[in-house]
Each structure stands twice: as structure tokens, then as C-alpha cells.
Design a protein around this ligand. Structure first.
Ligand code: MF3
Ligand code: CO
Ligand code: CO
Length: 260
């Protein structure tokens, strides 16, 4: 059963989601050559706990040891912050989930360290377009397969692949609620979208093949062929007329207009 949020729940989803978005804005100036992912984790943790008076959802989630996920280069998702320092040319996904007043907001974005390769730049842009194209499918009466289909089509048209083992998810008082939101599939399939549903779309796009490997830390997912991977994530509400991006950041406006 896919939960339909009432007005009060939506209000709380909006607040939690905006807090998550604000963490990405706050951390941006720190994401520079030389900083370690542990330092990024500490800054985000302290901001969420002390300034936002919220809870970093990843910390202790099924044993996850840190407050954010940091996934670098060929890491697809669930990278664990550590002593690794960022270096020129790296690409990194920072994934933030906060809990406020019992509700979750979940969002991630890609950052470039110094000067990225043309390949990295293109991958990151196409992955972001995949997210926006998926979001633009969201409206009552549409189906989850419509979202997956446009994402897969855009990625594959650009000779990239879509990760299959990890997906978006319903979100609310639960971090991961029903349904699983696949980033591939066929139009006109899957459950029908209804106003009040809240879920994430978070495509993971690889320059190489789609296959994944789990590192021995039991969390970090990498591309099997060591190709680069990029991911962007938003928490979305289905409204009466379409969608609302609950984790929207002001910096995105021009890009989203271009994709529409
Ligand atoms: N934020 C991730 C997602 O988008 C989930 C991270 S789970 C963790 O669903 F335990 F790795 F933090
Ligand atoms: Co998510
Ligand atoms: Co996330």
C-alpha cells in the first residue's frame, strides 16, 4: 500500500525536505580539494543537529556508521565518509536525509572538485537531466513506469546505463516506504500516481555498464567495471495538478526550465 499523506503530513514533509536541501546549500563552499569526507560528514552532522535541531537519518540506519553518504567517482551510492581527501577532478555525490518532527526529507547532488574531465561533466549533466525528466512525468493518473521509462531512455540515448539494483522510494515517517521507484521500465506500467503520494526519484547513471558491486564494508556500491557514476535525488509530492519538488534549491530554477 502506498501511503497518501494528509495536509498535516505534507506540511511536515515540506519542512524536513527543505532542511535537507539547506544542508546541500550549506555544505557547498566546503566541497573543495583537500577536505576529507569525514570532515564533510562532521560539518553536516553538527549543522543538522545543532542548527536545524533535526536528526541525520543515515546515522545508525541498519548500522550505517555516519550521518551522510559521500560517493566518489566510480562509487554509485552509500559511500561511507572517511579519511579520503578530495582531489582535483573528482566527482562526488553528497546524499542528505534529515528527520524533523518524525518526517524524512531526502536529497542529493553532485559536486565537481577543481576541473572535471569532459566525460565527468557530461555524465553529471545527463544524470541531472534524467532526474528532471523523471520529475516532469509526475502527475495524478500517470504511472511509475512512465517515470522510469523517460529516465532510461535519456540515459541510454546518451550511451550511458541505469543502475537497476537501487531505486527511489516512498518516504514519510519511514525513510524507505513503498513503493520502489525504478529508474527504468515501460510507459503505462506500474502503480498509478495519486495526489498526496511522496517519494524520491534518484537515478544512478553509469558511463559504462549498469552492473554493481558491493564493497567489503557492506555499504558502498561501486560500478563493476570501474566506470564513473553520477546520481541526483529529490523528494517529490504528487499534487492535484502535477508535482512539487519538496527538496528544491533555488540554484536549480534555470536548469529545470531548460529541461521542460
Ligand atoms: N539516502 C539514501 C537514499 O537515497 C539512503 C542512505 S541509507 C544509508 O535512499 F544508510 F546508507 F544512509
Ligand atoms: Co532516497
Ligand atoms: Co538519499
Amino acid at each position: 500500500m502506498i501511503d497518501i499523506k494528509n495536509d498535516e503530513a505534507i506540511k511536515k514533509m515540506r519542512i524536513a525536505s527543505q532542511l535537507a536541501a539547506e544542508v546541500l546549500v550549506m555544505i557547498a563552499p566546503y566541497v573543495q580539494k583537500g577536505i576529507t569526507t569525514n570532515e564533510l560528514d562532521r560539518i553536516c552532522h553538527d549543522y543538522i543537529v545543532n542548527i536545524q535541531k533535526a536528526v541525520p537519518a543515515p546515522l545508525n540506519y541498519h548500522g550505517f556508521p555516519k550521518s551522510i553518504c559521500t560517493s566518489i567517482n566510480q562509487q554509485i551510492c552509500h559511500g561511507i565518509p572517511g579519511e579520503r581527501a578530495l582531489k582535483n577532478g573528482d566527482i562526488i555525490n553528497i546524499d542528505i536525509t534529515v528527520i524533523k518532527d518524525r518526517y524524512h526529507g531526502d536529497t542529493s547532488k553532485m559536486f565537481f572538485i577543481g576541473t572535471p574531465s569532459m566525460q565527468a561533466k557530461r555524465l553529471v549533466r545527463i544524470a541531472q537531466e534524467c532526474l528532471y525528466l523523471g520529475i516532469q512525468q509526475v502527475a495524478p493518473g500517470k504511472q511509475f513506469g512512465d517515470i522510469g521509462a523517460v529516465i532510461q531512455k535519456h540515459a541510454e540515448k546518451n550511451h550511458y546505463s541505469v543502475v537497476r539494483e537501487y531505486c527511489g522510494h516512498g518516504i514519510g515517517t519511514g525513510f524507505h516506504e513503498e513503493p520502489s521507484v525504478l529508474h527504468f521500465g515501460k510507459p503505462g506500467t506500474g502503480e498509478i500516481l495519486k495526489p498526496g503520494m511522496t517519494f524520491t526519484i534518484e537515478p544512478m547513471i553509469n558511463t559504462g555498464k549498469r552492473h554493481t558491486k558491493l564493497l567489503s564494508n557492506q555499504w558502498t556500491v561501486v560500478t563493476k567495471d570501474h566506470s564513473l557514476s553520477a546520481q541526483w535525488e529529490h523528494t517529490i509530492l504528487v499534487t492535484a495538478s502535477g508535482y512539487d519538488i519538496l527538496t528544491f534549491r533555488e540554484e536549480e530554477q534555470s536548469l529545470i526550465d531548460k529541461t521542460a
